[in-house]
Design a protein around this ligand. Structure first.
Ligand code: NDP
Length: 260
């Protein structure tokens, strides 16, 4: 499946996996496509948008600096996407990539998780905002003959396997997988993919190696880095886009980097 002229919204696009996905996407979509990059760091977004525009002059690149842990951040992102509505007529694909995420406090174990507000804040960003952003974007770009709508949830092995010190992260990823499975059940025209990108050498991995409460788990991630066992981030981004384009997965399924 060619992506053709695509309208793409990518969250967490300022660095790490989201940024790599944007670079790979830019190379795959047709001229006239638009990429909307979303994250909090305005300067990083500005710089990356500039690089992409220079490299791919046929594409429209825009960005919005928004904190997706807040209602205002979600609203600003939806407003920015609304600005692309006039491009919808000519679009073949709308692609929404929910990539932004955080680990939460991994220095605590389950029994230390006593702060309801901190827990709520975690789920507000990692679960609620992904739901409300996706629903709003699907409303902005409704079902339309000839328009493919694809929603990606950047997931993790943590969605299906418990890990010590990851109470919030595992719970959030599991909730997101289920949330997007419901979307797949309800909206037959929307292709929904939960993709586990494998362990990637990003800021998030650095956090795992330095802040994780469980010493054995922490050592495991240090060893993985030292032994060169982390997954190549570009290979993982390419694989995710290949899965979308090959289009043989069951909508709503969780597909991991190592599975395909
Ligand atoms: P990073 O921590 O390296 O990057 C996170 C991205 O999310 C950044 O662009 C950051 O930008 C953005 N972000 C963070 N908080 C907010 C916020 N409140 N509002 C808007 N944007 C925000 O993460 P990775 O690239 O490693 O991870 C990307 C996804 O892949 C995540 O969902 C993660 O759970 C998943 N994943 C990662 C793995 C790994 O090994 N790295 C393994 C499995 C899954 P900014 O700071 O500018 O806002």
């Amino acid at each position: 499946m060619e992506l053709g002229r695509a309208l793409c919204v990518v969250t967490g696009a300022s660095r790490g996996f989201g940024l790599t996905v944007c670079r790979e996407l830019a190379a795959r979509v047709a001229p006239g496509s638009w990429l909307l990059l979303v994250a909090r760091s305005e300067e990083r977004l500005r710089q990356e948008a500039g690089r992409l525009m220079e490299r791919w002059p046929g594409l429209g690149i825009s960005w919005v600096a928004a904190d997706l842990s807040t209602k205002e951040g979600v609203r600003r992102t939806v407003m920015a996407a609304d600005g692309l509505k006039s491009e919808r007529e000519a679009a073949d694909t709308v692609l929404i990539i929910n990539n932004a995420g955080s680990l939460g406090d991994i220095s605590k174990s389950f029994v230390d998780m006593t702060d309801v507000v901190a827990v709520d804040n975690y789920f507000s960003f990692n679960v609620s905002s992904a739901l409300c952003l996706t629903s709003s974007l699907l409303t902005t770009f409704p079902r339309c003959p000839g328009l493919r709508r694809v929603v990606v949830n950047v997931s993790s092995l943590a969605a299906i396997k418990p890990f010590k010190s990851w109470t919030l992260y595992c719970t959030g990823k599991a909730a997101r997988d289920m949330m997007f499975r419901v979307l797949a059940e309800e909206e037959a025209d929307v292709r929904v993919l939960s993709y586990g990108p494998g362990p990637l050498d990003t800021d998030m991995q650095e956090e795992l190696r330095t802040q994780m409460a469980d010493a054995e788990m922490r050592q495991c991630f240090i060893d993985m880095k030292n032994e060169g066992k982390l997954v190549d981030i570009e290979a993982s981004a390419r694989k995710m886009l290949d899965i979308i384009q090959t289009n043989t997965y069951k909508s709503g399924d969780h597909v991991d980097f190592y599975e395909v």
